[in-house]
Design a protein around this ligand. Sequence first.
Ligand code: HAM
Length: 415
Amino acid sequence: MSSSNLQAPKGTRDLSGSEARAFTRLENIARRVFDLHGFEELRTPIFESAELFSRSLGETSDVVEKEMFTFTDRGERTFSLRPEGTAGVVRHYIENNLWTKSGVHRFFYSGPMFRAERPQAGRYRQFWQIGSEHFGSADAAADADTVVMAARLLKDAGLASFETHVNTLGCTDCRPKHREALLAYLSSKASELTDESRKRMLVNPLRVLDSKVDGPKLKDAPAMADFLCDACRHHHHQFLELIRLAGITAVQNPRLVRGLDYYTRTVFEFVSPHLGAQSAVAAGGRYDDLVKLLGGPATPAVGFALGMDRVIMATKTESAVPQGRSAVVIPLGESTVSKAFEVAESLRKISVAVQPVSATRKMKNQLASASDAGANWAILIGEDELKSGKLTVKDLKTREQKTLSLNEVLETFHV
Ligand code: HAM
C-alpha cells in the first residue's frame, strides 16, 4: 500500500485539535450530570455476538438488516461491532445476575458505535454516543428522570435550542390491537405504497409510518393513542406531567416510532433545528420486554443515547480550556529558555494551561496555535525582560501589550 492509499475508512475520521477537545469537554459535562442523577459508569466491549444485536434490535430493523459490521473470528464465532450501547448493557445485567443484588441499577456509558450507513453530514460509520440505562423501575418518574437528565446534558453542553418529541407505543396488552387496525388500514392503501413499505408492513407496520416517502400519505392512520390500555394511558399522562413540572415543553408526536424494535410505552427524541436532515441529537425510551427476551427475568427499563458528533456540530464548541486560563510563554532566543520554562511552571502551578516552551518554533506559529487552543495571553521573554525582571504580556484578542512582573501576571490569573 503506497502512502497515498493510507486513508481513514469511509465514514470514519480522526478527532483532533478543537474537535477532540470538544469531545472531552462533552464527556466531562456528561459525567457531572450523571453524578447528579445517581448513574454509575459501565464500559462494555465494542464487539459482541452478532446474535445479541439481532435479537435486541429486531431482525428486520434497518440497523440489523443493512448496517452492522459483522465478522467471523478464527473459531467461526460471529461478532458485530456494536451499533448502539443498550444491548451490551442489558447483556451485562443478565450475565451478572444483577437483579439478585438490588432492585434498581443505573448505568451510563460513552464510546464509539458502528453502523454501515451512507455517510453524510452528521451521519458517520463510526460515531460516538453517550447514554444511560435505568433497570428495575416501571414508574413514569424513571422515564421523566431520563428525559430531564438528557435535556440537562444537552443544555449544559451549550445546545441553546432543541425540541423534545415524545410518544407512547403501548405495551404487549394494547399494542397488538393497534397493530391489527394499522395492518388493515395499510392493506387498504397497499397499492399506493412503495415495495419497501409493503414488505415492512407485514413484519412491523408501525415503521411504515416512519417512511419518508409513504409517511405523509398516511395521515389518517389509526393512532396508538386510541388503543392504549388504562395502565399505559395513565403512565403516559404521568410522564407528561412530570416533565412539564421540570420545565420541559414536549411536542407530542404520534408518528415517533423509533427504528429499533425493543421499545414499549415511552419513546422520545431531541431534535436540533441546526442540523438539516440528521436532526436527532439524542433519543431513547422504555424497553420493558428486552431483558426477558434475552433470557433474564421480566425487568422494566428505560434509557437514552445522544450522538456526540451531532451535539458538537450543533453547539460548535470550540475549546475545552476556559478562556483566560491558558497562555503561551515564548522565549525570544536560547538564553531566555530557562526563564521561560520557570514562568511556564509557575503558571501551571495555579492551573493555567501552557504549551511546552520552545525557542526554535517560529513566534508566529506559536501565537497561532495558542489562539487556536483558546489562550488569551502570550508572555514574551527576551534579553531586555531578563535584565529588567519584567515580562511582556500580550493580549491575544485585543493585541494590547503590557509590561508586568511575574507576580503581577500570576495575580491576573488568580481572579
Ligand atoms: P438511536 O436513535 O439509534 O438510539 O441513536 C441515538 C443517537 O445516536 C441519535 O439520536 C443520533 O444522535 C446518534 N446517531 C445514530 N446513528 C448515527 C450515525 N450514523 N452518525 C452519527 N450519529 C448517529 C440508540 O442507539 C438507542 N440505544 C438509545 C437508547 C438507549 N434507547 C434506550 N436506551
